[in-house]
Design a protein. Structure first.
Lengths: 162, 348
């Protein structure tokens, strides 16, 4: 258990201090750097307080609709059609050992490989389900990094934010 | 960063170079100012007084050289100088290219010098300044005509022999190769790349493409277009590539609703292009190139972040620009799966 105030509060206070008191004192060529830092802090605060934008349940349901999941390494058409270089990246391999995050990354890799190979193109329901995952993931990421861009594209805030 | 940074080279060496290149008796250079923009290249603005020679008198100039790290597909400065000369000769509105220097003894790396054009290139200013708004449809039409002039530069050209002749299929394969090296899966980009491969347009004869023809890369002095900038990505390619790039949502800044670079409807830009070129634009071809543009922009954003992640360039702006790739991914979904868009206030 950490002491209070929490991480989000500290970041919020620091951001206000930066924008309200320090930025007006900066020469014009550095003022935009203050705003850049404030934006980075805002994104970091949002990322800290939200779940991963990857919806693990949705990915599991897409790839493993039945109780016994597909063995690791099998994609839509049997063996994962791993593209050159995929899966051999040490950073990727390290991540794949990180519990749920590793599982989500692994399933996401599988989805990417299947999309690369057009695996769903002959099955409209699978294709629609894959697209739904993509929409959900992209919207969740933008809610963290640029909700204004989402709003400008006609996609409003999540229920909890409205 | 703009303004106060000092150049990492001597002004004396630059003055000597300018003296020799212009045939002047002497050249005195003022302080160099790092100009805004230029994440991949650095642009140093300065004033110089030439005594005699081809530029006799006071001149406002820009020295353009490489930033500490670049991205893989950009041209070198000497090559960019040759492109600038070619389009200047073709009547495209660009800063006049003056001298190029390969000798590392002068400022430590290759550079070229061009005239400084006045105005602003800042996309947010251009798309929001109330004084500019009544003029922007005319600017869009002018950009269409300028693009036609760029496309009068045709291969083969001995002076542009360095420009790559990469096929569209090879460029798409290059996107894939990048994703293979990237540590995170990008399924939206994978799907978009697959779509490109299965929807290749009939090829048209190649022309010179700017490949970064967009708001943010042209200067407006009031309502007047004073220069199309940043030719480091130029290459031979499809005439509709630059059309798709200008209309890509990533370059609309504060006005996502105005498809032609955030400044006008695409009809205004198309009218300038079609009137000058005599060729009607095919909406399906342009859509292909907009999909291509969004994928390319997403990968450039990721590559910019690589300059921090891999190249070690300590720069906050570069460090998080990779997150902007997701904006392109949203646009890809909107272009390729418009029926899948959630209704407003969908709870994803």
């Amino acid at each position: 258990m950490r002491d209070l105030p929490g991480t989000a509060d500290l970041l919020g206070l620091a951001r206000r201090l930066l924008l309200d008191e320090l930025a007006p004192l900066l020469p014009p060529e550095h003022e935009r750097h203050a705003h850049l830092i404030a934006t980075a802090m805002t994104i970091a605060a949002r990322e800290l307080r939200s779940e991963s934008p990857l919806d693990l349940q949705m990915l599991r349901a897409f790839f493993c609709p039945h109780p016994s999941p597909l063995p690791e390494g099998e994609g839509e058409h049997g063996q994962i059609p791993s593209p050159p270089g995929r899966g051999r990246d040490p950073r990727r391999q390290a991540r794949e050992g990180e519990g749920q995050s590793g599982e989500a990354d692994s399933l996401l890799s599988r989805l990417a490989a299947d999309l690369r190979n057009g695996a769903f193109e002959t099955t409209p329901s699978r294709e629609a389900a894959a697209r739904a995952i993509l929409w959900r993931m992209v919207i969740a990421k933008l809610r963290e990094t640029n909700p204004q861009f989402l709003a400008a594209n006609g996609i409003g805030p999540a229920e909890s934010e409205s | 960063m703009a303004g106060t940074a000092s150049p990492p080279f001597s002004r004396d060496g630059l003055a000597r170079f300018l003296t020799e290149a212009s045939g002047a008796a002497s050249v005195e250079t003022g302080a160099l100012e790092l100009l805004a923009g230029g994440a991949i290249q650095h642009n140093w603005g300065f004033e110089a007084a030439f005594r005699g020679g081809s530029l006799s008198g006071p001149q406002r100039l820009v020295l353009r050289t490489d930033a500490p790290t670049g991205i893989p597909t950009s041209l070198g400065r000497i090559e960019e100088f040759a492109v600038l000369r070619a389009v200047f000769a073709a009547g495209v509105t660009v800063p006049e290219p003056l001298f190029a220097c390969l000798d590392p003894a002068v400022i430590g790396q290759p550079f070229f010098v061009m005239r400084r054009v006045s105005g602003t290139a800042q996309g947010r200013v251009i798309t929001t300044d109330p004084a500019l708004q009544p003029h922007l449809r005319r600017v869009a039409e002018r950009l269409g005509r300028e693009l036609t002039r760029i496309q009068t530069v045709l291969p083969p050209r001995s002076d542009l022999g360095f420009l790559g002749n990469e096929t569209l299929a090879e460029r798409i394969a290059g996107f894939r190769a990048y994703l293979d090296r990237h540590p995170r899966s990008r399924p939206v980009l994978e799907w978009g790349i697959r779509w490109l491969e299965t929807h290749l347009p009939e090829p048209l004869p190649p022309v010179l493409c700017h490949r970064d023809f967009r708001t943010g890369n042209y200067m407006l002095d009031g309502p007047e277009l004073t220069g199309i900038l940043d030719w480091e990505f130029a290459g031979w390619g499809d005439p509709d590539e630059d059309v798709g790039w200008l209309c890509c949502k990533g370059w609309r800044f504060a006005r996502l609703d105005r498809a032609a670079g955030g400044i006008a409807d695409r009809a205004d830009f198309y009218r300038g292009y079609e009137t000058e070129s005599g060729r009607r634009l095919d909406p399906e071809r342009v859509r292909f190139w907009e999909v291509f543009a969004n994928i390319r922009w997403a990968i450039i954003a990721l590559q910019q972040s690589d300059r921090y992640l891999v190249g070690g360039e300590k720069n906050l702006s570069l460090a998080f620009i990779g997150r902007r790739a997701t904006e392109s991914e949203l646009e890809l979904l909107m272009l390729l799966d418009p029926e899948g868009a959630p209704p407003d206030r969908c709870h994803a």
